[in-house]
Design a protein around this ligand. Sequence first.
Ligand code: NAD
Length: 368
Amino acid sequence: MANPSLLILAGDGIGPEVMAEVKKIIGWMGAKRGVTFDVTEDLVGGCAYDKHGVPLHDDTMAKAQEVDAVLLGAVGGPQYDTLDFSVKPERGLLRLRKEMDLFSNLRPAQCFDALADFSSLKKDVVAGLDIVIVRELTSGVYFGEPRGIFVEGNERVGINTQRYTESEIARVARSAFELARKRANKVCSMEKANVMESGILWRDVVQEIHDKEYPDVQLSHMYADNGAMQLVRWPKQFDVIVTDNLFGDVLSDCAAMLTGSLGMLPSASLGAPMANGRPKALYEPVHGSAPDIAGTGKANPIACILSFAMALRYSFDMGEDATRIEKAVEQVLADGLRTADLMGPQDGTPISTTQMGDAIVAALDASL
Ligand code: NAD
């Protein structure tokens, strides 16, 4: 059988720095677990613009469509802020998401015990938290037509349109139910069916898909505003939350912050299954290129490493190795190792990006 293939797009700023630590783990997988990945590397974002005049070259796009999974670092930087909108670094990422039709965005919010004190919420509310928000990523109010700023009478009116087809709702619902079956078998769907027709349709379709295809999964529905309150009140009541693009944008940021630092948060964006049965997939940390710390060795590589663990779980059916990596991260944190973002000013000396990567590899070795 062919080796699993990965396209690495490290990008800008701290992207290449955190990705270097992921490459150590890919190397470890080959040496210690006998899993060799066919890795191709290419450019995205500002570095692609510097070389090609566009933030994502057509050849790179074509490669992304061919591989089993894409692993992305981060894009952007102040030197690109004045570029035309059409060639800004972020457009490279948006093109990947759009052309790969990555409609299901998985944002886990997992609180490692050693970091529970770091959350803005009480320790017992967040310790042991492990939930995933599944956000619809390619439709809804960010894409619906008509949109724009128009003149009506003697004033301007801003219009965006919330629009969902049944099939768009059904496919993201399936993705949430499939995920739930691999976890605690529980999905909460969030919308505003009390005030929005698109919410009524959302609730109907999610319920239908559940009853026909996933009756074994426990399903509940909640209005999204209540969902926001419940996430802050007692987030551990949830396992998988499925919601639309707009509510998902807000709720996933809210849930993410329950866990502490941006440097800890991975994500996966999944599309339809390819010929080999694997979903089109892009894995990336939630954080950006952090130009304020790029080149200083302060970046926390854990979000990118956990994104690779998600790739193992969702693209390559290597859940056991994904868990092994997550446990190695947990171990180094329990041992007290911290990059600067995970410390207060009085908390001692932080370790560097490279030291954190090395410590995780050592914990992986110890796990064998
Ligand atoms: P950012 O996520 O890059 O940084 C926000 C803050 O968090 C900064 O203080 C940064 O130092 C810190 N931080 C982020 N990741 C960290 C890590 N791994 N370890 C330690 N600290 C970390 O967001 P920003 O400052 O708003 O944006 C910077 C650039 O990144 C902009 O050009 C923006 O457009 C781009 N951006 C890209 C993505 C992406 O590639 N997916 C996402 C968000 C922002």
